[in-house]
Design a protein around this ligand. Structure first.
Ligand code: ADP
Ligand code: MG
Length: 507
């Protein structure tokens, strides 16, 4: 077992870690700490919760000279919450060091932050905007800031702070050591690293691979100003049980929330401008199914793990393939088929190809259910499910009046004779009859069912012997050896936007 001591950390730091109960360094810490202690620039890529704060914080604290009153290190963070969180973590690691750590962030009086800076700070942990502000007021000079950390760089990018980050970096000494930590590495972050870091070592802790296999993906090309009406249309057609709609910015998210509310849609927003309390409230309401649509920014939705999200809609195209996988990974859980739909403006059209390549997936153009009938790939194979009690009841009813003959208007009870002997000679049945719980009333016709059998259950045409659509339900007759798989592939999938249930008609 590697210990913090093996990594070369000082006894005072080790003592603090002991007291915090940190026994063993996490993988990112094990890799990054020796590199940073050796003075290298480091790019650290790892998911949330992997211990990135200590990975940069411990070598940073060890680098500092307590006798020097200048600001020797800065940590840039994307949000107020993270700024406070990182400050608290660093203070706990510095418990036995004579180091002052000051947090500066927006939404709090600048005067008290200015006075804290005046009384001396070895480390300043800051949000980007407030740091710019303090620099322009000359309350903060970075001429001695030789240890610079960009924490959660991808979030800073998402929030549109990259240009300001570059400005700040240019104010720091050129001989500085720079560490950049991020969960994902979109191209603008890579570019930033190339431009502002010196021969960086990359430390990458790969997450367990996320699979997008269970998710049907599509894109919609739409000019920016038509996005909202198109979304409203799409929600009507798709009828999501619950959907998360991702926006790039907080402003975008609250604007969209308002627009959808104006259309009387059941929607709530989740973004960084909201208080922690109201964010928690929205999360809980969504998890409890009291809200159907959630408009969220990537950051606010981080860690949001909800079952039964049937749809993820990327209202703004994600800025990296990793973000794409994270976003759409919120649907298609536990054996359900989820749908992920990504909006792109004509200028962003190439992004789809990039994501397809990176994620090794196929993203077709979104189609209405009618169009899907013509072209869509077969629905994914689903996990077999327990039958619901309600279906058992219906089965019982059906058995009870099994003598009843089916009538042509379809309002009569289903015919019971699942295995029909076409030749009538008493030999093994030539076809198996399947009951489908939808009919004309649901807008389904014979062609739709034949399509579903062909494309969804992948049956050859000659395995389908009869398709009869009645008013409230339908029957299809298939080769007996294809019956089980037909049920497995189609039961619970959607046809013309309606869930269909299939079972072998009782004999
Ligand atoms: P990240 O920035 O990667 O999201 P944090 O630095 O916030 O992760 O750490 C996540 C949690 O793990 C924190 O509660 C932190 O105290 C804890 N932690 C970090 N490193 C260790 C360690 N080596 N041993 C035990 N707990 C740790
Ligand atoms: Mg962190």
């Amino acid at each position: 077992m590697t210990t913090f001591k093996d990594l070369g950390l000082s006894p005072a730091i080790q003592q603090a870690l002991d007291e915090l109960g940190f026994v063993e360094p996490s993988p990112i810490q094990e890799e990054a700490i020796p590199e940073l202690l050796a003075g290298h620039d480091v790019i650290g890529q790892a998911q949330t919760g992997t211990g990135k704060t200590a990975a940069f914080g411990l070598p940073m604290l060890q680098y500092l000279d307590p006798d020097n009153d200048e600001v020797q290190a800065i940590v840039l963070t994307p949000t107020r919450e993270l700024c406070i969180q990182v400050t608290q973590a660093l203070r706990s690691y510095a418990e036995h060091l004579d180091i002052e750590i000051v947090a500066v962030f927006g939404g709090a009086p600048i005067r008290s932050q200015q006075s804290q800076l005046r009384s001396g700070a070895h480390v300043v942990v800051a949000t980007v905007g407030r740091m710019m502000d303090l620099m322009s007021r000359r309350s903060l000079v970075l001429t001695a800031a030789r240890f610079v950390v960009l924490d959660e760089a991808d979030e800073m990018l998402d929030l549109g702070f990259i240009e300001d980050v570059e400005k700040i970096l240019r104010m720091c000494p050129s001989g500085r050591q720079t560490a950049l930590f991020s969960a994902t590495m979109p191209p603008p972050i890579k570019k930033l690293a190339e431009g502002y870091m010196y021969d960086p070592v990359t430390v990458r802790i790969t997450p367990k691979t996320l699979t997008v296999d269970a998710i049907q993906q599509a894109f919609v090309e739409v000019p920016a100003r038509e996005k909202t009406p198109r979304l409203v249309e799409l929600l009507k057609t798709e009828e999501p049980e619950q959907a998360i709609i991702f926006c790039r910015t907080k402003i975008g998210a609250s604007r969209l929330e308002k627009a959808l509310k104006d259309k009387n849609l059941d929607v709530k927003a989740l973004h960084g401008d909201m208080s922690q309390g109201s964010r928690d409230g929205v999360m809980i309401a969504f998890k409890d199914h009291r809200v159907r649509l959630l408009v969220a920014t990537d950051i606010a939705a981080r860690g949001l793990d909800v079952e039964h999200v049937t749809h993820v809609i990327n209202f703004d195209v994600p800025n990296s393939s990793e973000t794409y996988v994270h976003r759409i990974g919120r649907t298609g859980r536990v054996g359900r088929t989820g749908r992920a739909i990504t909006f792109v403006t004509p200028a962003e059209r190439d992004e789809i190809g990039r994501i397809e390549r990176d994620v090794n997936t196929k993203i077709g153009e979104w189609e209405t259910p009618e169009e899907r009938l013509e072209h869509a790939p077969p629905p994914r194979r689903r996990e077999r499910r327990e039958r619901r009690p309600r279906e058992r009841e219906r089965e019982a009813e059906a058995t009870a009046d099994s003598e009843a003959a089916p009538s042509d208007d379809g309002e009569a009870k289903p015919e019971r004779n699942g295995a029909k002997d076409r030749d009538g000679d008493g030999k093994a049945p030539k076809t198996t009859k399947l009951f489908v719980n939808r009919g004309e009333r649901s807008g389904i016709d014979e062609e739709d069912l034949r399509w579903a059998l062909r494309e969804g259950a992948v049956l050859p045409d000659d395995a389908v012997h009869d398709v009869r659509v009645l008013h409230r339900f339908s029957f299809v007759e298939v080769d007996p050896d294809q019956a089980e798989r037909t049920v497995e592939y189609l039961d619970g999938t959607k046809l013309k936007g309606k869930e269909i249930r299939l079972e072998v008609a009782k004999s």
